[in-house]
Design a protein around this ligand. Structure first.
Ligand code: B12
Ligand code: SF4
Ligand code: SF4
Length: 338
């Protein structure tokens, strides 16, 4: 995994990581499976498809926010259960075996690439030939001696559709994402959401699928009907009215920094500014509440949302907090689609 280690360091040097920790926290460890399991000889990689068709969503006038497909259900949990069965069998056969899936212990795509499961797309995702990239990845690191896999050749060819399709131009080179711009990271990063990318966020509340939904090999293959239990959208105003405990339970599958619900509320306020309706009394009441919220980060994003919806008369122009003052001095233009 020498290439992955080099890339992790290189991206830090180029300031493309924007505070991400994940596999960047301990690069030597996340690129060396033998540090995870003593005497490791092989890694078995498993992938689970999340390429569901769009579920039917009835337009009942509620303000909805979109969840990226990988989070429509607990794909990691399901994958881990399967890999745990593989690990249990390896242990019965006398080997050591430990399961890892999206837990930052190992660079999952690189291990899947080494296992011959796919190629790296220009959108940085690992694509399975004939099935595309909508897969989550997990693995079992084991002391069992298993045969080497063969490398899958590049399948992008002359295509480069994902690059201009990214709403924030975050694909800065083939296979390289700038986390300063990637909406998927900006939604997870704590603090003020960079104003430059708030409009581009649209109605996304968790993750972003744009560079995958335009990808011909991903679009063309591998779709399957979504089970009725998946959650593809959330109700913005309903979530904004919940207590922290209720909101935490409503988004328990999402990665939220320190489980601090401020960041989920912040994202919901931006979506409200992007797709909410100023004529709805619920929208006005919600913004009123957040413009007086005790957290200045939330007052700041409520200022942005209210101004974008043409509700500037709600603003407290005398709010002294520097975060809010900055927003008041840089109000966005009225949303074009009102
Ligand atoms: C940090 C992280 C993120 C960050 C940064 C993503 C990034 N591309 O760097 C953020 C939060 C933005 C993110 C977003 C997403 N992520 Co993410 N993320 C991770 C995490 C935790 C670590 C990734 C990592 O270590 N990157 C390090 C860099 C160095 O690796 P890389 O970007 O893949 O770089 C490789 C290529 O550049 C390649 N390469 C080198 N030279 C060249 C040259 C060419 C020409 C090419 C094409 C490639 C290439 O080699 C590098 C590695 O050696 C992993 C889980 C894990 N533990 O690994 C999940 C993971 C990568 N994410 C995943 C998913 C599903 C997503 C999203 C689709 C979720 C969403 N819908 O929003 C998006 C996709 C964004 C994108 N286009 O990459 C899956 C990917 C599955 C797959 N099929 O590829 C993973 C593996 C989680 C999992 N276990 O399933 N993610
Ligand atoms: S996930 Fe979205 S923002 Fe990030 S690179 Fe892909 S299209 Fe761009
Ligand atoms: S859109 Fe084209 S270039 Fe981008 S990952 Fe898919 S096949 Fe590769």
């Amino acid at each position: 995994m020498h290439r992955a280690l080099q890339q992790l360091r290189h991206r830090e040097e180029r300031e493309l990581t924007n505070g991400m920790k994940f596999t960047y926290l301990r690069p030597e460890r996340s690129t060396n499976p033998s540090l995870l399991v003593e005497g490791a000889r092989s890694v078995i990689v498993g992938m689970r498809s999340y390429a569901y068709d769009d579920p039917i969503v009835v337009n009942d006038g509620t303000v909805r926010a979109r969840i990226a497909r990988y989070a429509w259900e607990d794909h990691y949990g399901i994958l881990k259960t399967s890999l745990t069965a593989v690990a249990a069998q390896l242990r019965r056969d006398g080997h050591r075996a430990t399961v890892f899936a999206d837990d930052n212990s190992i660079v999952d795509r690189e291990i899947a690439w080494l296992a011959g499961l796919g190629w790296y797309g220009r959108n940085a995702n690992l694509l399975v030939p004939g099935k595309g990239s909508m897969f989550v990845i997990g693995c079992v690191v084991t002391t069992a001696d298993l045969p080497f896999a063969e490398e899958v050749p590049d399948g992008c060819g002359t295509c480069s559709r994902c690059i201009p399709a990214c709403p924030t131009n975050a694909i800065v080179e083939s296979g390289v994402i700038d986390a300063n711009r990637c909406l998927s990271w900006l939604l997870q990063k704590p603090g003020i959401f960079n104003a430059e990318y708030r409009e581009a966020l649209g109605d996304r509340i968790y993750g972003c699928d744009e560079c995958q939904v335009v990808c011909p090999p991903t679009k063309k293959f591998g779709t399957q009907p979504a089970p009725e239990t998946v959650q593809s959208h959330v109700n913005v105003l309903a979530l904004l009215s919940l207590s922290d405990t209720e909101l935490d339970a409503a988004c328990d599958r999402w990665y939220v920094h320190d489980r601090d619900m401020t960041w989920v509320r912040r994202n919901l306020l931006i979506v409200l500014g992007n797709v909410g309706q100023p004529s709805h009394s619920d929208t006005v009441e919600t913004l009123r509440r957040y413009l007086s919220h005790e957290r200045p980060e939330l007052r700041a994003h409520a200022v942005w949302a209210a101004a974008r919806l043409g509700l500037s008369h709600l603003l407290h122009t005398d709010d002294p907090h520097p975060m809010v003052v900055t927003e008041l001095q840089n109000l966005p233009p009225l949303r074009g689609t009102l």
